[in-house]
Design a protein around this ligand. Structure first.
Ligand SMILES: [Zn+2]
Ligand SMILES: [Zn+2]
Length: 130
């Protein structure tokens, strides 16, 4: 799988949290990270139900250049979603395979508040579960 932004081959990387451990695909060149749906499913159970109010999350925006999904053979454009708390953070997600791409600074911004919970919220929103 290649980086949607700079086309570098993505490298598998393990993320550890006190509650979960799973793999993501990481770009050593631009620092972006890809989370696919299966990876996100594994952390679902550690997400607090009270924090899943995310229906109002994203409106699409064209602030940034369009990226193609690295998981869908670059046939599917990623859609843009604003982070609910920080409008400067634009998350790219795939409407087809439900993967999420975060650029380097975006992951750092999310980590400030607890990226695991945030990613979980986004995931729940993408799969349309209550
Ligand atoms: Zn890259
Ligand atoms: Zn995809």
């Amino acid at each position: 799988m290649n980086c949607p932004r700079c086309k570098t081959v993505l490298k598998a990387d393990k993320i550890k949290d006190f509650k979960a451990r799973f793999e993501v695909d990481y770009c050593t060149s631009c620092g972006g990270t890809w989370f696919d749906k299966n990876e996100l499913s594994q952390i679902e159970h550690v997400i607090e139900p009270t924090l899943l109010e995310i229906r109002k999350v994203p409106t699409k925006t064209k602030q940034q250049e369009p990226l193609c999904c690295p998981c869908c053979n670059n046939l599917q454009y990623l859609q843009k979603a604003e982070h609910p708390r920080d409008k400067k953070v634009i998350i790219d997600y795939c409407p087809s395979c439900k993967g999420i791409w975060l650029d380097k600074g975006e992951l750092a911004a999310i980590q400030k508040e607890n990226w695991l919970i945030t990613i979980g919220k986004i995931f729940k929103w993408l799969v349309g579960e209550d």
